[in-house]
Design a protein around this ligand. Structure first.
Ligand code: ZN
Length: 553
């Protein structure tokens, strides 16, 4: 009897971290049925010669809750080898939907701010959490690991009061009931954005909750072996926030977001690693999500953030003859002096170098040759001082240029490397949110390509483990390893070619075309036995599972 699918001639890297070996992989229905030599023929066969055959990657942090409806093929992450995504992160999701119009409006506005402007409740064909899961089940190509999101739950139970005050005992009981129902329907845990977290979440319903409420809701999820996900990761290092104490009262896996090294806070990275290691020794299962990229910030002359707060800049930035001011060498000299003296203080706490500043978009055709170049390169080409190259380029382009600063967070490569390598971190993409600033949908491939192949941060086996067996074990998934009897989530890629290409040229915006981009080196992606991505094409199959009972052990 022929198998449904046989993957031939590849190197199997099974996700456990152990060495790769030459073998065939046979798949029947949804499962891996054999791994070894001469497994016979398949109704479908994939020649993986020169390729790695690995478990599908697990994306530990996304905001794809609306994307999974908009892009049911699993874009953009599926093309990068991802077969399972966490959704409902940071207490934000498009279900449950509050029935009253005002709270519903508040939810939509919140999601537009945190996810992005694309969120539109006209697309919502559900109200309850059950209806949302039913809606995506059978219509999504990748596995979804849904978290019960605090803010929609609070809005649905408390209405307007959700963004006015703490919960009354009967409201807390109703929320606990709703989280329990969510867990029984298939959620993998509970998520929140506590007070004091990222500014973008400020004033949202979950920030009106006290820590007792969060603990009680999280511990309902823990009864089902569910996890607790929270943002405002750095509050963990601030005892006065109460977050460390709160975390000690929550049972089960805890995942903080985002574990990043902020500008001017070099000590963050080693401190956070040490804190999580200590917590783990005490038996607290605490991890942080790392996006394995240096963060960027886009800016124009109107938003020249690294000069904000410098006295000279403050005195000229709104002036009507800004151009002549910027052409004045004496003013430039003063700006440079102030910037260096204060390292960009007070508003921007850490300056790196002019080579972090890239002219991403230039309007004038005759200046196009400078597009994509950083200020240090432009200075060399034009034989100018860097500060002059910066302002002259801007002036010559009538102040129309757009720049990108590389280093808003995770600017220190050595620290970012430690964070990625640490056993306290899980790799995530944050896909579906902050679309004007985040292009990290290639995160798994960034680990395999840039960090593993170019920076030699880890072996191929370790890199695959970091993206598969490791997060699967923490999230208690019944996948993440290539073993007989396991669900057939498989990624086939060329380890020499795999590349995210994101760092070469950042897309200006995540549009439908960008979302569907295929990275080089990815041959095939298989979810629950069905081939979703194959040779830079996508098949119209939707084998993703969406419930804990099917995805977890
Ligand atoms: Zn998030």
């Amino acid at each position: 009897m022929a198998h449904d699918l046989v993957i031939k001639n590849g190197t199997v890297i099974d996700g456990s971290g152990s060495p790769g070996f030459e073998a065939e992989v046979a798949i029947d229905d949804e499962k891996i049925t054999a791994i070894g030599k001469n497994l016979g023929s398949g109704k479908k066969e994939i020649d993986a010669k020169g390729h790695v055959v690995a478990p599908g990657f697990i994306d530990s942090h996304t905001h794809m809750d609306a994307f999974v409806v908009q892009y049911p093929n699993g874009n953009p992450v599926v093309n990068y080898g991802v077969t399972s995504i966490v959704i409902g992160d940071c207490g934000a999701s498009c279900a449950p939907v509050p029935s009253k119009p005002e709270p519903r409006k508040v939810l939509v506005e919140y999601l537009r701010r945190v996810l992005d402007k694309y969120v539109d409740d006209k697309d919502w064909k559900w109200n309850t959490y059950a209806e949302y899961l039913n809606y995506i089940e059978g219509h999504i190509a990748v596995n979804c690991l849904p978290l019960m999101p605090h803010s929609p739950v609070r809005l649905t139970v408390m209405g307007e009061a959700a963004y006015e005050r703490e919960a009354k005992p009967e409201e807390l009981d109703a929320m606990k009931k709703m989280v329990r129902e969510g867990m029984e329907l298939g959620a993998i845990g509970f998520s929140t954005s506590p007070r004091g977290g990222p500014a973008i979440h400020a004033g949202t319903p979950s920030t009106f909750a006290n820590h007792d409420e969060i603990v009680e809701l999280a511990n309902v999820a823990a009864e089902y072996n569910g996890c607790f996900q929270f943002n405002g990761f750095q509050m963990m290092l601030q005892p006065e926030s109460g977050v460390p104490e709160m975390l000690k009262r929550i049972r089960g896996l805890q995942i903080g977001n985002e574990f990043r090294q902020r500008p001017g806070q070099k000590a963050d990275a080693p401190r956070a690693i040490a804190y999580m290691e200590e917590a783990q020794k005490r038996g607290q299962q605490l991890f942080g999500v790392v996006i394995p990229y240096t963060h960027i910030r886009r800016f124009t002359i109107n938003d020249c953030f690294f000069l904000n707060g410098l006295p000279t800049w403050e005195s000229i930035k709104n002036s009507s003859d800004l151009k002549s001011k910027l052409g004045d060498k004496e003013i430039r000299r003063k700006l440079e002096q102030e910037r260096i003296a204060g390292s960009g203080k007070p508003e921007f706490p850490e300056w790196h170098a002019w080579d972090r500043m890239v002219f991403e978009q230039i309007e004038k055709p005759e200046l196009k040759k400078l597009e994509g170049k950083n200020v240090a390169e432009i200075a060399r080409l034009t034989e100018k001082a860097e500060v002059d190259a910066f302002f002259d380029t801007w002036l010559e382009d009538n102040l129309k240029s757009q720049c990108v600063y590389h280093g808003l967070a995770n600017a220190h490569q050595d620290l970012l490397a430690q964070m990625i390598q640490s056993d306290t971190s899980l790799i995530g993409t944050d896909v579906g949110a902050h679309l004007d600033r985040f292009f990290w949908h290639g995160a798994p491939v960034k680990v395999l390509g840039y960090w593993r192949r170019e920076k030699h941060l880890m072996s191929l086996e370790q890199a695959v483990h970091k993206l598969t067996g490791f997060p699967a074990e923490k999230l208690r998934l019944n996948r993440g390893l290539l073993r007989e009897g396991m669900p057939a989530d498989v990624t086939i890629f060329d380890a020499d070619k795999i590349d995210d290409l994101v760092s070469e040229k950042l897309p200006a915006i995540i549009d439908a075309q960008e979302v569907k981009r295929h990275p080089p080196g990815m041959k095939a992606v298989i979810v629950n036995g069905q081939t979703v991505v194959e040779d830079r094409g996508i098949n119209e199959v939707f084998p993703g599972k969406v419930r804990r009972q099917q995805l977890c052990v």
